[in-house]
Design a protein around this ligand. Structure first.
Ligand code: MTE
Ligand code: MOS
Length: 830
């Protein structure tokens, strides 16, 4: 078998082909889970009863009145569960909860002949609640020590003494918000039971095997009695990695109890008020630099807002801890993590899976400290890049670290950085009320699941007698183009044309025990498995061809659906002819493929090891313009240079880079989740529960100019056809926009000061940051003693470590998310 990364001559991978379903997407003919409802006879519709409290005990639940509503067929409650009443993997997520844990929590479900009947039935169900005290914000949770799950720490060297002797030392806090997935297709499932009691569930899930297992344990069945199919998703972004399980279990339970197909599809409001989001985080940090601005030590504590249950919070936290270094070498580090329990939706996977949160903390630190160190922020970043031979705080060597420098230089050149920086300076000198800035940030993102066991995949490939090929693999399609890439991989491995390869929907009865399509590993893992299956078949077919050609099987060549051999003149068979011959010689034309990522190890107790196969790298350069009157901004231009290895499918990858970047910009700038924090009876209610109140990025938030380049000659050995994962890392490129906003804000003031920027950096937040940057004196936002003036170099020798409390802490002690609304400033322009 050839090495995993080696490409044959004339490969189908590497070609720019449209997404495999592109024409169906744009003509509206692509089917999504809920579209199957119309063609399913006798479907029942489900509607949840959602609790109006953030936290409450359910003292009684009376479903009877619902049955008086015409069309109501069944009310599903905890008493109906034949197996285990839990839809999670941590035994902390009752499907029908005895206690309400967040505003909008579904306490029971009503099935009706129509959606309207189910809705009216749900209104008729009587529930008595005994309200209990609730914790909503991270600050409240930290103050009351409301934590859940493990509390890991990464330790390397001795951060404490490194900080004590650092030439410059700063500390601060930073609290930043999460993000709503807002996939266009809401959570959906459609369940049926056949005459043998076999449960079949169509589910919009990123993790069919887990959905299958959870349905089985809710129903008290073995896994073989449940099949889950995921046709395609209208976006997942991590939000369907775990949170598709609940609705699928409700549908399956309903189908088993009524014998009729049951459909669950959340309305947008239900989706927003019931499902978890990206974790917001709180961070405290203490960092030391040497005289040249090199990081010498970091002590940080990250607290993730887990919401009401654990869900994926532990692995999300693990990835955050493993990405706080972003692209920078931290010789001595102590990085501690914990998960707050709050009475909100259970936060979950979201593109980057904690990685963006960890790295954001570091980018915020560098953005804030650069003016205090008197070093240009880009230069400060570059100076701290990993160098070849160095390793992460969790003990993993940073292979290809030199790519950071290469990407940085390529980004400087391709973005005309020097010339445009000069133009920005001219612009700012001549504009008092509008300022521009260009910022650059790097990304380093580890690829593989932290949990080693998840790094395996399977595939099932069939070659039919006519030479046509059907592939099944364990990964799911959510728009990211995985199926497109898998067709290209199969066509390359079998040496056939792309049109000869079809892909069948992902099903648990075709490929079992699959991992979630997540952590950007879909193509790496399933591609490895597809390739492995194809190579088995090709090996079998080569024997048949060798007999035909009178040559050695190793000399048989497969390319472009034709089969030839070295040194036998122009003897040739079509792939179809060879398949036909193989069948009649009783040679198998199908195979199960398997792949496991080699060389991984991770100690979840000590948080040390080599959890990643490799790192994906990227650099973004962003220019923004900020209006000093109202904090409004425009994104002028972004240049990205990203490392996708040798791309399997360049058009798909460009789409992933652009989409990831824009989604990151949304998270960091305009998307703002608001929960009612008052003590009224609306406490805990999500206030942003529609597209009208939750601002998603749209065309107007695209930079006026967006250039995406890939790092060239970037083959990644040890990965299928030399490619690299691309799904999540580009989201972190959006840091450049946030840092550009920070620098533009700084340009309104005298400079040399720390600029604190809330996240999301909404126009309102930017406005307040400008007010602070302009404020006279050295008082950043009303904190007396803030050393906001230029060149505050806190030499440990001069001040001693203890002065760090009074002075350097002042630089950054206050939480960034507290809207500095306390600053009494009149409306700008007034
Ligand atoms: N791209 C689209 N269009 N839609 C999605 O839902 N999800 C992202 C990313 N890109 C997503 C997407 C996330 S969170 C992940 S982990 C990867 O795709 C998963 O797919 P992959 O492993 O095949 O890259
Ligand atoms: Mo992606 S957050 O790993 O589904």
């Amino acid at each position: 078998m050839s090495a995993l990364s080696e490409r044959p001559v004339n490969p189908v991978v590497g070609r720019s082909v449209p997404h495999e379903s592109a024409s169906q997407h744009v003509t509206g003919t692509a089917l999504y889970t809920d579209d199957l409802t119309v063609s399913t006879h006798g479907v029942l519709h489900a509607w949840p009863v959602q609790a109006p409290h953030a936290h409450a005990r359910i003292t009684s639940l009376r479903p009877e009145p619902a049955y008086d509503v015409p069309g109501v067929v069944r009310v599903l409650t905890a008493d109906d569960v034949p197996g285990t009443n839990d839809a999670g993997t941590k035994a902390d997520e009752p499907l029908f909860p005895p206690e309400v844990m967040h505003h909008g929590h579904a306490v029971c479900w009503v099935l009706g002949e129509t959606l309207e009947a189910a809705r009216l039935g749900a209104e008729a169900v009587e529930v008595d609640y005994e309200p209990l005290p609730s914790t909503l914000s991270l600050t409240e949770a930290i103050a009351t020590e409301s934590f859940q799950g493990s509390r890991p720490t990464i330790v390397r060297g001795d951060a404490e003494s490194a900080l004590a002797t650092a030439a410059h030392r700063f500390s601060g806090e930073f609290e930043f918000a999460g993000q709503e997935h807002f996939y266009l297709e809401t959570q959906a499932a459609l369940a049926k039971v056949d005459e043998g009691g076999q449960v079949f569930v169509q589910s919009s899930t990123q993790h069919p095997s887990e959905t299958q297992e959870i349905i089985a344990h809710v129903l008290g069945l073995h896994n073989h009695a449940v099949t889950v199919q995921s046709l395609r998703m209208g976006g997942g972004f991590g939000g369907k990695e775990a949170q598709a399980n609940g609705p699928a279990a409700v549908a399956a339970l309903g189908a088993v109890l009524t014998g009729r197909p049951v459909r669950v599809r959340y309305t947008r409001t239900q989706d927003l008020t019931m499902t978890g989001k990206r974790h917001g985080f709180h961070a405290t940090w203490d960092i030391g630099f040497d005289e040249d601005g090199r990081i010498v030590g970091l002590d940080a504590t990250l607290t993730a807002d887990g919401g009401w249950s654990l869900d994926l919070s532990e692995p999300v936290l693990a990835r955050a801890l493993c990405h706080i270094d972003n692209a920078y070498f931290i010789p001595d580090a102590r990085i501690h993590g914990r998960i707050a329990q709050t009475h909100k939706q259970s936060n979950t996977a979201f593109r980057g899976f904690g990685g963006p949160q960890g790295a954001l903390v570091m980018e915020d630190i560098l953005g804030r400290c650069a003016p205090l160190l008197g070093i240009e922020p880009g230069e400060l970043r570059r100076r701290n890049f990993y160098a070849p031979g160095q390793s992460t705080p969790y003990g993993m060597p940073v292979r290809h670290a030199e790519r950071l420098e290469a990407l940085w230089q390529q980004a400087l050149d391709s973005s005309d950085h020097a010339e445009r920086t000069a133009r920005v300076a001219e612009f700012n000198a001549s504009h008092r009320f509008t300022k521009r800035a260009i910022a650059m940030t790097p990304v380093k993102f580890g690829i593989s699941f932290n949990l080693t066991a998840f790094n395996q995949a399977g595939a099932l490939v069939h070659v039919y007698k006519d030479g046509s090929v059907l592939i099944n693999h364990g990964g799911t399609e959510m728009g990211q183009g995985l199926h497109t890439k898998m067709r290209q991989v199969a066509a390359t491995a079998l040496g056939v044309n792309l049109e000869d390869v079809r892909l069948a929907p992902t099903r648990t009865d075709k490929v079992p025990n699959t991992s979630a399509t997540a952590a950007s590993t879909g193509a790496d893992l399933n591609g490895g498995a597809v390739k492995n299956a194809c190579e088995q078949i090709r090996g079998n077919m080569a024997e048949v061809a060798a007999r035909q050609f009178n040559c050695h099987p190793e000399d048989v060549r497969f390319s472009g659906s034709r089969v030839t051999a070295l040194g036998v003149g122009d003897a040739e068979l079509t792939f179809a002819e060879l398949a036909h011959k193989a069948y009649f010689q009783r040679v198998p034309l199908f195979a199960a493929g398997y792949f496991r990522t080699p060389g991984l190890h991770w100690d979840a107790k000590t948080f040390q090891g080599e959890p990643f196969r490799y790192f994906a790298y990227g650099v973004a350069v962003s220019e923004v313009e900020v209006d000093g009157f109202d904090g409004a901004y425009r994104f002028l231009r972004t240049d990205i240079v990203h490392d996708v290895g040798d791309s399997l499918s360049p058009l798909v990858d460009v789409g992933q880079v652009e989409g990831g970047y824009v989604q990151g910009v949304g998270w960091l700038t305009q998307e703002e989740l608001v929960w009612d924090q008052s003590d009224s009876d609306r406490r805990g209610r999500l206030a942003t529960q529609a597209a009208s109140t939750y601002k998603l990025p749209s065309f107007s938030e695209m930079p006026e100019e967006l250039n995406v380049h890939f790092l060239e000659r970037a083959e990644e050995t040890g990965v299928v056809y030399g490619s690299k994962a691309v799904g999540e890392p580009p989201l972190l490129l959006a840091f450049a926009v946030r840092e550009a906003l920070r620098e533009a804000v700084a340009a309104f003031g005298p400079g040399g000061r720390e600029v604190r920027l809330a996240s999301p950096a909404t126009p309102e937040a930017v406005y307040w940051a400008i007010e602070a940057a302009r404020a006279p004196g050295d008082d950043v936002d009303g904190v007396p003693g803030s050393p906001a003036t230029a060149g505050v170099h806190h030499g440990a020798d001069a001040n001693g470590a203890e002065t760090n409390g009074a002075e350097t802490n002042g630089a950054a002690t206050r939480s960034d998310t507290s809207r500095p609304g306390a600053t009494p400033v009149p409306v700008a322009g007034a």
